[in-house]
Design a protein around this ligand. Structure first.
Ligand code: UDP
Length: 327
């Protein structure tokens, strides 16, 4: 198949592009390089089945042309990262909502299938664990910008499902849980690359809040496998899937495990949320996916263990910092 990937120079998109090319598929990438990086696509540039454009997902004539040239669209282009979202809420809402409108509008012209990236953030402050796809979403107040991201993605989901229900455009939705791995940058606040970098440099590892909040980290290679299988599953259209692993770890334990893995002497520093983000910032204390629907549908669930994930992220950060590989 020929796959159009919006946001294909980003973290998940570039891994997906690489895996598709390795399988023999064709890939066309659109990225505005706002958070994506050309270096992520370096291994693919020049390959006969790979092509890319630098541009915005809100440029409708361009998106229309690229959607037409492919069999399926994977829409990953979005404003992501809690830090970026809190700092640039206008950009977040406009990019996430308008970009998806454009992609769906173009795909609908010829009933081309679309896989939309959503996020576990949509579950918000829900306290019914684990989070299943049809559970209620529990959002915070509009005065807290963090929830703008969750709402923009929830609106994307509604729009995608509306195109399926009303116009029969095959739209599949993936709610990615904390997806991590090589190439993810800590620049937009993501915790694991930040901890790895801090530990490797011997700097304090900054745990926000009490560190008792927990997450489940999924390896990007597992997420990519799930996406490809969903693209090949006819019954996935009109459905929402959690994509993530369910090994839960507190952020404090994560800091300790990263520090131990690096053999680092970094101290672990608790930083109040107000100092890390903004006054009144709200975090989720827990986030755990129910992976049953994904497994039932595609016969696969993300299962790379946290030790392997930490090892891969530390190795990537070590290379970025140009430190020698671990002995
Ligand atoms: N976090 C942290 N230190 C950092 C970055 C993040 O303690 O340097 C915390 C953050 O407050 C959250 C968790 O780690 O509780 C995961 O943060 P991330 O931004 O990676 O993803 P989120 O799950 O919040 O979308």
């Amino acid at each position: 198949m020929r796959v159009f990937i919006t946001g294909g120079a980003g973290f998940i998109g570039s891994h997906l592009a690489e895996r598709l090319i390795a399988r023999g598929d064709g890939v066309l990438v659109l990225d505005d390089l706002s958070t994506g990086e050309m270096s992520n696509l370096e291994p693919l540039v020049g390959h006969e089945r790979f092509d890319y454009r630098v541009g915005s997902v809100t440029d409708e004539p361009l998106v229309a042309e690229l959607v037409d040239r492919c069999d399926v669209t994977v829409h990953l282009a979005a404003a992501v990262g809690v830090k970026l979202i809190v700092e640039r809420p206008v950009h977040t809402i406009e990019t996430n909502v308008h970009g998806t409108e454009v992609v769906l509008h173009c795909a609908a012209k010829k009933q081309k299938p679309v896989l939309l990236a959503s996020t576990s953030e949509v579950y918000g402050k829900s306290s019914k664990f684990p989070f299943a796809e049809e559970d209620d979403l529990v959002m915070g107040a509009t005065v807290h910008s963090r929830w703008a991201y969750a709402c923009s993605k929830a609106l994307d989901e509604w729009l995608g499902l509306a195109y399926w229900n009303e116009k029969h455009v095959p739209v599949t939705i993936c709610r990615f849980f904390n997806t991590v791995g090589p190439r993810q940058t800590g620049r937009y606040g993501m915790v694991l690359p930040n901890f790895a970098r801090q530990a490797l440099r011997g700097e304090p590892i900054t745990v926000y809040g009490t560190g008792e909040q927990s997450r489940c980290f999924g390896h990007v290679q597992d997420a990519v496998e799930a996406v490809i299988r969903l693209l090949e599953t006819e019954g996935a259209a009109g459905e929402v899937f959690n994509v993530g692993a369910d090994e839960e770890v507190s952020i404090l334990q994560l800091a300790e495990r990263v520090r131990d893995h690096c053999g680092s002497s970094s101290k672990i520093e608790l930083v109040p949320y107000e100092k890390a983000y903004a006054k009144g910032f709200e975090d989720m204390m827990r986030r755990v996916p129910d992976c049953a629907k994904l497994e039932r549908t595609i016969g696969f669930r993300p299962r790379t263990g946290l030790d392997q994930i930490i090892a891969d992220v530390v190795a990537d950060q070590r290379a970025r910092l140009e430190l020698p590989a671990a002995g």
